[in-house]
Design a protein around this ligand. Structure first.
Ligand code: ZN
Length: 267
C-alpha cells in the first residue's frame, strides 16, 4: 500500500511514526520498553501488529502502556482491541468517557466515524470498517501535569478545545511534544483541528503551549516540526481561532455539537 513510516532518533529514545489509516500513530522506543501514543483507528491495530512484528521484531505485548490524546476514531479506535488482545493498559484524561456519553454521544460517535471514513475516502484509502467502542474505561486516569505511568520523564498536559479531553504528551528533557490534532496541515499550511468546539479553552491551551520548552513537535495530521519556536507557532495558532470559517468547515462544525460537554457549554 506504499505508506512510509519514519523513525526519529533522540538521545534517550526513538520515535516510530506509523502511517495509520488517516493519521500518524507513534511508538516511543526505549529499547527495553515501548509505549504508544494513540491507538489509531480500529483497523490500524493490524498496522501496529505488522510494524512490531516485522520492523521492530518484537511482540506487540512489549508495548507497556498506550496513552490516548482524545476519543476520536483515529486516536482511540484501536484502544480496546489492543488491550483485549495484548493486555496493554490504557491511560487517558480522567473524563475521556464523558465525550460520547448519552444519546448525544451516541449520535456524535456515529457522525465522527462517518467523517473519518469520508477523510479516508478523500485520501484514496480503501474503505474499511472503523466502528469502535465509544468508551475506553482507562486503566490510568490522568489529569493535567501528571507523569505518564511507567515513563515519568513524560508529562501530560490537558489542552482542551478540539474536544474537552485532549492531552499533549511532553518530554522536557528532550524538548519533544506530541500535540495530536492541535496543529493540522492542509496544503502545507498549519491549520486548526476541525472542529474547535471550545474556542476559549483552545486559546488557553495554545497560550499554555507557548511556554513549554519544545523544539520538536509531532502531529497526528502532518509531519514533524523541528527547530520550532513554541511562542511563534502557538501564538500563530491562537490567532487563527477567531477567524471566519469557510462554508465546508462550518458544515462540519454544525454536525459536531452533540457531545454532552458541548451542550453543557453552550450559552
Ligand atoms: Zn480529533
Amino acid at each position: 500500500m506504499g505508506f512510509i513510516n519514519n523513525i526519529y532518533d533522540f538521545n534517550d529514545f526513538k520515535v516510530h511514526e506509523l502511517k495509520g489509516y488517516i493519521q500518524n500513530t507513534h511508538i516511543i522506543d526505549y529499547n527495553e520498553e515501548l509505549f504508544l501514543i494513540d491507538s489509531g483507528c480500529i483497523n490500524d491495530v493490524k498496522r501496529i501488529e505488522k510494524y512490531c512484528n516485522e520492523i521492530l521484531d518484537r511482540p506487540v505485548s512489549d508495548i507497556k502502556i498506550m496513552v490516548l490524546t482524545h476519543m476520536h476514531p483515529d486516536h482511540a479506535g484501536g484502544a480496546n482491541k489492543l488491550r483485549a488482545q495484548y493486555n496493554i493498559p490504557i491511560a487517558a484524561f480522567k473524563e475521556i468517557d464523558e465525550w460520547y456519553k448519552g444519546l448525544g454521544g451516541i449520535i456524535q460517535h456515529k457522525i465522527d466515524c462517518y467523517l473519518a471514513t469520508s477523510v479516508a475516502h478523500k485520501s484514496n484509502r480503501k474503505l474499511e470498517h472503523i466502528l469502535y467502542s465509544r468508551k475506553v474505561k482507562p486503566d490510568y486516569l490522568l489529569v493535567d501535569n501528571d507523569k505518564l505511568p511507567f515513563f515519568p520523564e513524560w508529562q501530560v498536559l490537558h489542552v482542551p478545545g478540539h474536544t474537552m479531553h485532549d492531552l499533549a504528551i511532553y518530554n522536557q528533557k528532550e524538548k519533544v511534544v506530541f500535540i495530536a490534532d492541535l496543529i493540522c496541515e492542509v496544503k502545507g499550511r498549519h491549520c486548526l483541528p476541525v472542529p474547535v468546539l471550545f474556542p476559549d479553552k483552545m486559546a488557553d491551551s495554545f497560550n499554555r503551549l507557548t511556554n513549554i520548552d519544545a523544539k520538536t513537535i509531532f502531529r497526528s495530521h502532518g509531519g514533524i516540526l523541528e527547530a520550532v519556536n513554541p511562542k511563534h507557532i502557538f501564538n500563530h495558532m491562537e490567532n487563527l481561532i477567531y477567524q471566519p470559517l469557510n462554508p465546508m468547515i462550518e458544515k462540519a462544525y454544525r454536525i459536531s455539537k452533540f457531545p454532552p460537554a458541548v451542550r453543557h457549554n453552550a450559552k
